[in-house]
Design a protein around this ligand. Structure first.
Ligand code: SF4
Length: 66
């Protein structure tokens, strides 16, 4: 599983990073960034919670390319 943050939608609230600091961090620009290439298996539940909890729905799953 891979995820993206849409920086145009992100308001930098920090909710995702507090739910899942292994995957999301607030970068220098004040917006969330994804800090891992691939979401670790044990973090998937937290990532889904972060996606659902994001107030602007800025986090989306990146579909695997075939
Ligand atoms: S929860 Fe959403 S709006 Fe808040 S910092 Fe994370 S991606 Fe940005």
């Amino acid at each position: 599983m891979k995820v993206n943050v849409n920086k145009d939608a992100c308001i930098g609230c920090g909710a995702c990073a507090s739910v899942c600091d292994k995957v999301f961090a607030i970068g220098d620009e004040g917006f969330a960034t994804v800090i891992v290439e691939e979401v670790p298996e044990e973090e998937k539940e937290n990532v889904v919670a972060a996606m659902e909890g994001c107030p602007t729905s800025a986090i989306s799953e990146q579909k695997e390319e075939n």
